[in-house]
Design a protein around this ligand. Structure first.
Ligand code: RIB
Length: 301
């Protein structure tokens, strides 16, 4: 039996710096705390899906430094199949996350070992990739690898969930393989080549415009304003679930992981997106990305 979900993507250690406010250019501020947590958009999405009960395999790479163990810790405890996570000479991917008092973050990522996730890494995992129900991809590994994995999965009849995060200009022939394409407002604007007006209606217009590029379905996440989708010519939306925000880091990844798990279980996209909105809401109430993700038995907001 294949896995429910295969994630081809990044594995990072997140150095989280908690500050009252971010420094201005040239300024030094004192922080309250620093902690190193597992992260990386790909690994976050894999952990989110696995904690919700999906069987998940990860294709990626870590380095030979001490961060590798941190980065793999919660993937391991969530039961993610790490057979295709290679160890390569050099540093593990590192994200420096500056978390301000309002729960919003800014992130700098140094790819490290993630740059070694090549089309050959995908080919080495061919059986896992083509045997899964859903293949999840983001843009923190080389884009040629994303394109290769999307093509391989799509041609094998595996549903491709393409999350264009961080914001990246992906080729239309790759976008066309997505079902769904998942983006936030900034990522949608970059793909479309024009800024988006605020609000649900404008996001629905953007989703329809992206669907016009050939993606079978499109989901645009709007943070506190919820989520909109476009599929088979029809639009839908769900409001966000109101919660007290502690840390938004990795909330988008919680959404994507939950969406993948629900789609693999056979849920329609619209229902899967509603569930994923609740999982993302749960994640922002706690510190960090992976440590904040709910398990299948946890109550959701
Ligand atoms: O989406 C959040 C993630 O982005 C963090 O975990 C960090 O590693 C960066 O990849």
């Amino acid at each position: 039996m294949g896995h429910d979900v295969v994630v081809v993507g990044s594995v990072n250690a997140d150095l989280v710096l908690q500050v009252d406010r971010r420094p201005l250019p040239g300024e030094t501020v004192l922080g309250q705390d620093a902690v190193t947590l597992p992260g990386g958009k790909g690994a976050n999405q894999a952990v989110a899906a696995a904690r919700l009960g999906a069987s998940v395999a990860m294709v990626g790479a870590v380095g030979t430094d001490a961060h590798a163990a941190v980065a793999l810790d919660l993937l391991t405890s969530a039961g993610v199949d790490l057979t295709h996570v290679r160890t390569v000479d050099g540093p593990t991917g590192l994200a420096v996350v500056t978390l301000a008092g309002d729960g919003e973050n800014s992130i700098v990522v140094v790819p490290g070992a993630n740059a070694a996730v090549t089309p050959a890494s995908v080919d080495a995992a061919d059986a896992v990739l083509t045997g899964a129900r859903v293949c999840v991809l983001q843009a923190e590994i080389p884009l040629g690898t994303v394109a290769h994995a999307a093509r391989l999965a799509h041609d094998a009849g595996v549903r491709v969930l393409l999350n264009v995060a961080p914001a990246t200009a992906l080729r239309d022939d790759v976008v066309r393989l997505a079902d769904p394409l998942v983006v936030n407002e900034h990522e949608a604007a970059l793909l479309l080549g024009h800024p988006l007006d605020a609000g649900v209606e404008a996001a629905q217009g953007a989703a329809a415009e992206l669907a016009g590029r050939g993606a079978a379905s499109v989901v645009v996440t709007l943070g506190a304003s919820g989520v909109v989708g476009h599929e088979h010519g029809a639009a839908w939306s769900w409001p966000a679930v109101p919660v007290e925000v502690r840390d938004t880091t990795g909330a988008g990844d919680a959404f994507v992981g939950a969406l993948a798990a629900a789609l693999a279980a056979g849920d329609p996209l619209r229902d899967a997106a509603r569930f994923a909105t609740r999982v993302a809401a749960a994640s922002v109430t706690r510190l960090g990305a992976q440590p904040s993700y709910p398990w299948a038995t946890d109550p959701l907001p």
